[in-house]
Ligand binder design. Structure first.
Ligand code: HEC
Ligand code: HEC
Ligand code: HEC
Length: 112
């Protein structure tokens, strides 16, 4: 009985101690060319999304349906043309406004 509870304690200690490390580590691609990934057609410079940089500031679950990250995003990206595309309207801009990212809505921040 004693052994079991020690094992449980260790499991919990490990789980909580490893949580911040897991949140900070680089997962998936470091950067993602969203123009290529979503086959976006247009004149603007491709957005090279700094994925790992975001992982240092934002939890996976803010962007991915699965709390562990990867797979589908929390919003469906359907509209891909013009300035009312879903990346602007539902995903990137909304969070940048919410988290008060400096120049978060400035074109040059994302289209370089
Ligand atoms: C927070 C990031 C972000 C900001 C800021 C941003 N965009 Fe975008 N934009 C995207 C993403 C992501 C896409 C889709 C992927 C791609 O085209 O590279 C996109 C696509 C577009 C498209 C459609 C594709 C194309 O090439 O025509 C246009 C037009 C556009 N943006 C214009 C703008 C303008 C104008 C601004 C400044 C007012 C702006 N964007 C600011 C992220 C951003
Ligand atoms: C600020 C938003 C954001 C955060 C935070 C984020 N991701 Fe992502 N992630 C993306 C985007 C956007 C893509 C590219 C989506 C696509 O290809 O449809 C992606 C793609 C991925 C991929 C590769 C493609 C796939 O679908 O599997 C993996 C793996 C991944 N993310 C894991 C993680 C993990 C793990 C975390 C947390 C440590 C995380 N991400 C945090 C936005 C984010
Ligand atoms: C859930 C919140 C969230 C989402 C969604 C999000 N961002 Fe961000 N983004 C941030 C935060 C927070 C920062 C500030 C990071 C920092 O301080 O280093 C940031 C910073 C950035 C930067 C500047 C990085 C630098 O070098 O300083 C770029 C570029 C960027 N985001 C692009 C995007 C694009 C493109 C998307 C959509 C595909 C997106 N972000 C979606 C929260 C988000």
């Amino acid at each position: 009985m004693k052994k079991v509870s020690i094992a449980l304690c260790l499991t919990f200690a490990f789980a909580s101690a490893s949580a911040p490390v897991w949140a900070l580590a680089g997962h998936g691609p470091e950067t993602i060319d969203l123009k290529a990934a979503y086959k976006v057609v247009g004149e603007k410079n491709a957005v090279i999304f700094p994925h790992h940089k975001h992982q240092e500031k934002v939890e996976c679950a803010k962007c991915h349906k699965d709390v562990k990250g990867g797979g589908p995003l929390v919003v469906d990206i359907v509209e891909l043309t013009g300035t009312s595309n879903d990346f602007h309207k539902k995903f990137c801009w909304s969070c940048h406004v919410e988290m008060k990212v400096p120049k978060g809505k400035s074109c040059k921040t994302c289209h370089r």
